[in-house]
Design a binder for this molecule. Structure first.
Ligand code: SAH
Ligand code: MG
Length: 950
């Protein structure tokens, strides 16, 4: 069992990590004999092998390691030093040179030696409390305290019986078994506790270190009681600890047992260096079992199944009713340390088990924030990074730290391939990956040092504590920056986990399906092993929610069903400033969320923020909020009601969950959101275009289309991928021959905005030539009879938003099936990007991250799946035209076609050479409609609204 033994010994760094997680910050510096500061560190060839020194920053102090040959040795050395400071004896030091049984005996002997009080003695506070207790001169300490508070004892017990990790009370029998072999220590009959055989020397008892300081007063500590039964709710309790008393006696009383020796302690949980633990009472039979010589006993008498909620928090077996309290003696002080554990902190801990919960907490916006579904760039991300969230998640579930392997893909190779092979997708290039950027090492780190000449991809693996692989994610995408690759891969893992936690009853098929979509593979067995408990916990929380109907909304101008969300129509107030958000915009809102009862007689403010910034289109806020904000322009406010989210989120958001809880259970409630859109910062693509081109590129595209309409005397127009309707809206400002205009898009949000804008414009114009306007919700890569036979079709800046094969499919369907007489297609010219980037206008101070942002995004907009060179676009368009009997001409807007590198936005104009042939007619008759009318306007009857219904 060599391997098994090795696994249970933790390196200093691993122990530090368990205690401090991401709060432990390692900074490794290179220590070199001669300084090579010539400004080109990459070119400096060191004469000697470099040496390293590591500085480890912990919340309370910082240590600096010895100088080491290897980076990782320096880190271990720093961690080891820190452990010494913390009073831990590193087990890793000499694990093999002593029999763990003997080592355990020695350790207990040391704990009760006369040399007490040593400043860093792990039981100092407990012994002091014992000596202060009426007449106890022997320092009686519960065995459970020794097991929980002395790291060395605990590690030795785990070495002797690996099951101790999950059932910490098993350590007690190991500790008790040392006593007969130990001189100087005894146990009183029937008690799981240890004391010295002889009283402590008088000098020690009389020393100032033991004697009570005058200032000590009795304290009140707020804690939480977690009943074993899931039907009972958690309750606050208050522990009254008198200055001369022992806090564990008070907990014993609360748990209904006679003394501290019957109280069992879990490991510490929650934030780094916390003293929060779960306490539970041992049954008489379990005490008996642990006290008898149990070498051969397999089953201990625990009563009933584990306390699911309590066990879920600490990943250890907790039985019966439990108390969660943050109290204990630390190495820092001889005084009792304590913090209050409120109901709110309980619920916050509960939601921090879920990826979206960790994100919400990191943004302090529990009812507004949502774990984003895409990572666009570090500059646009707010809150804890995906990587941090994933690490926190693993810690919360007592898994090993995830392992990130970053692979570098030489830039040259990927570029050349892209250029030469028209059809090659960016994502496939990564298959050529050859060299490991950091030797497949543990941490990709945040360092951007590895060659500017590379692109990166990152693989993430998640392991159990025992290093069983639970899942791995190998995204195909490649990134300019290491960190972006790491964050994107982390986010995929998080998204998948989040989907699981949102729907714990998810059938395996669906789980598999979502894993595939995110490039994840997982071991079902190991996954179930680790997350089995979450089902009962989070499901119970959710089934506790009161079913609630939404109160009737007051006014209904236009009603949308926002992607199946249960949100009432927003009431938008304030004048339209014309500054709308679009995908990639950074928005700043203020908002408040209140709980309102159905009758409307109670209203409680739950969460509010004066300024809250997020990226539009990334899913960084709950979808209802994002959908509503999409309808707003800067300066406007809106309010809407929403069905309740899982109760744990509401209770985590409020200071006094008790009161809200009773409100929730007494009446049907919903949440009322009030939101004001304060600012809109346009995405870089639009900012660049607006600043660089006059008139703006979008305007130039419209003017281009108007010319074509005039030339062809078109009466009907269809805009493929109309988005928020900017083209259709602008066309209405020109006198044209158009009578019917139609827009199609797959984005319901954008269509909602288009409907609003077009409605306003058409209603205000009495003399307009346009008699009919329709918006369809549907994909332009699918057959749709209603889109056939238009005079002119436009598809501006759309194809690059789909995968290349889909762009080809759109071409085939548009020219082969819809067959407009004229089709105008525009898309960015990739070759022009150098100019856009070079002359990225004076945005530096305003958006300090601008530069890194444009570097990290190859394309103008993160939503672009590709951007073509002129040659690639010509190739695509010419092939299509030939195939479907159209002619094609190329031009563009922005810049000039005659000067390198051509237009900023390239345009192809297809013209029909012949009429429909028989085949096309056949397909047309056979196909059914898939597009849904979202909005339909007729000049005779005006608005025919709300045709949406799901
Ligand atoms: N043509 C508009 C919008 C361009 S943004 C303008 O010039 O302002 C690209 C738009 O294409 C988005 O609104 C997106 O929702 C839409 N789109 C992407 N794939 C689509 C598809 N398969 N079918 C319909 N619309 C699509
Ligand atoms: Mg675009």
């Amino acid at each position: 069992m060599e391997i098994g033994v090795k696994k249970t010994i933790f390196s200093p760094k691993a122990i530090i990590n368990q205690k401090f997680g991401s709060k432990a910050c390692y900074k490794v510096e290179k220590v070199q004999e001669e300084s090579t500061q010539n400004g080109f560190p990459g070119l400096a060839i060191p004469q000697k092998a470099p040496l390293f020194r590591c500085q480890l920053e912990l919340p309370e102090f910082t240590v600096v390691s010895d100088i080491c040959r290897k980076k990782k040795d320096a880190e271990q050395s720093a961690a080891d030093l820190a452990l010494k400071m913390l009073g831990h004896n590193s087990v890793a030091e000499n694990p093999s040179d002593k029999d763990p049984c003997d080592a355990l005996i020695d350790q207990i002997k040391y704990l009760f030696s006369d040399e007490f009080p040593l400043p860093l003695h792990p039981l100092r506070g407990h012994l002091r409390a014992a000596l202060l207790r009426r007449g106890d001169l022997y320092g009686l300490v519960p065995a459970s305290v020794i097991a929980a508070c002395d790291t060395k004892t605990s590690n030795l017990c785990k070495l002797l019986n690996p099951e101790v990790e999950l059932k910490p009370f098993l350590a007690l029998s190991l500790i008790m078994r040392t006593i007969p072999r130990l001189s100087g220590c005894v146990t009183s009959k029937g008690q799981l506790s240890i004391q010295k055989q002889n009283p402590y020397p008088t000098e020690i008892i009389e020393s100032s270190d033991i004697q009570q300081s005058d200032s000590s007063e009795s304290i009140l500590v707020k804690a939480i009681q977690i009943p074993a039964s899931l039907d009972k709710t958690v309750q606050p309790v208050t522990l009254h600890i008198s200055s001369a008393g022992y806090y564990l006696d008070v907990i014993a009383e609360e748990l209904g047992v006679t003394d501290a020796s019957k109280v069992f302690l879990s490991r510490t949980i929650g934030k780094a260096s916390s003293e929060t633990r779960l306490y539970f009472a041992a049954s008489e039979s379990l005490v008996m079992d642990l006290l008898s010589d149990l070498a051969n006993v397999k089953d201990f008498h625990v009563e009933g199944p584990p306390n699911a909620r309590a066990s879920y928090f600490c990943g250890q077996g907790i039985y019966g009713d439990a108390i969660m309290a943050s109290i204990g003696y630390t190495w820092r002080s001889k005084e009792l340390f304590h913090e209050h554990v409120s109901l709110q902190s309980y619920y916050r801990m509960l939601i921090s088990k879920i990826p979206s919960g960790i994100y919400k907490l990191s943004r302090e916006a529990i009812l507004a924030a949502e774990l984003p579904s895409v990572f666009t760039s570090k500059a646009n991300w707010r809150g804890s990074s995906p990587r941090e969230i994933l690490c926190a998640f693993c810690r919360q579930h007592w898994l090993s730290e995830p392992i990130f392997s970053v692979t570098s893909v030489p830039l040259k190779a990927s570029c050349e391939l892209l250029r030469s092979q028209n059809k090659l997708k960016v994502t496939e290039v990564a298959g050529l990956a050859t060299e490991y950027a950091n030797g497949g090492g543990l941490n990709a780190g945040d360092g951007e040092s590895v060659g500017l000449e590379s692109n990166f991809k990152c693989e993430v693996k998640v392991f159990s504590k025992g290093w069983d692989l639970i899942m791995e994610c190998s995204p195909k995408e490649i990134y300019r920056k290491q960190t972006d690759a790491t964050h994107s891969a982390s986010l995929k893992v998080l998204s998948w986990l989040n989907a699981y936690f949102k729907d714990l009853g998810m059938p395996l098929e669906k789980l598999n399906c979502s894993a595939d979509a995110l490039d994840i593979s997982f071991s079902l067995e190991n996954f179930h092993k680790e997350f089995a408990l979450s089902q009962s916990i989070h499901n119970v929380q959710q089934s506790g929610i009161q079913g609630s109907k939404l109160p009737e909304s007051k006014s209904t101008d236009m009603q949308y069903t926002l992607s199946g969300q249960d949100v009432c129509l927003p009431n938008i107030e304030g004048s339209d400033s014309g500054v709308f958000p679009s995908n990639g915009s950074l928005l700043c809102i203020s908002y408040s969320v209140s709980l309102v009862t159905e009758g409307g007689h109670a209203k409680e403010l739950i969460e509010s923020k004066d300024e809250y910034e997020f990226e539009m289109g990334a899913g960084a806020v709950i979808s209802a909020l994002e959908a509503v904000v999409t309808q707003m322009s800067a300066g406007q406010c809106a309010h809407f009601n929403m069905k309740l989210p899982p109760q744990e989120f509401i209770l985590a958001a409020v200071d006094d969950p008790g009161r809200i809880h009773s409100l929730l259970s007494s009446e049907a409630c919903c949440l009322e959101y009030h939101v004001t859109l304060l600012r809109v910062t346009k995405p870089p693509e639009e900012r660049m275009e607006q600043a660089l081109f006059s008139p703006p590129l979008s305007k130039q595209r419209v003017e281009y289309a108007v010319q074509q309409i005039k030339k062809s005397c078109a009466a009907t127009l269809v805009d493929f991928g109309c988005g928020a309707g900017s083209l259709l809206d602008s066309l209405l400002d020109y006198p044209t021959s158009l009578e019917k205009i139609v827009g199609v898009d797959i984005s319901q949000k954008s269509l909602g905005r288009a409907a609003k804008v077009l409605h306003a414009k058409l209603s205000s114009k009495s003399d307009a030539g346009v008699k009919s306007a329709i918006l369809y919700d549907g994909s332009i890569t699918e057959f749709e009879p209603q889109l056939c036979g238009f005079d002119i079709g436009t598809c501006l800046e759309v194809i690059e938003h789909m995968e290349e094969d889909q762009a080809c499919r759109f071409g085939d369907i548009a020219l082969g099936y819809f067959r407009p007489k004229v089709l105008i297609v525009s898309t960015p010219n990739y070759e022009y990007n150098v100019i856009l980037q070079r002359s990225s206008p004076g945005t530096q101070e305003e958006y300090p991250d601008e530069k890194s942002q444009s570097e990290s995004c190859k394309f103008r907009n993160h939503d672009h799946k590709f951007e073509w060179t002129r040659e690639q676009f010509n190739h695509w368009a010419s092939e299509l035209a030939k195939k479907h009997n159209y002619s094609v001409e190329f031009s563009g807007v922005g810049g000039s076609g005659d000067v390198e590198p051509g237009f900023a936005s390239q345009i192809a104009v297809f013209k029909q050479e012949s009429l429909l042939d028989e085949d096309d007619l056949l397909t047309k008759q056979n196909s059914s409609q898939h597009c849904k009318v979202v909005w339909n306007w007729n000049c005779a009857d005006g608005l025919v609204p709300s045709l949406t219904s799901n």
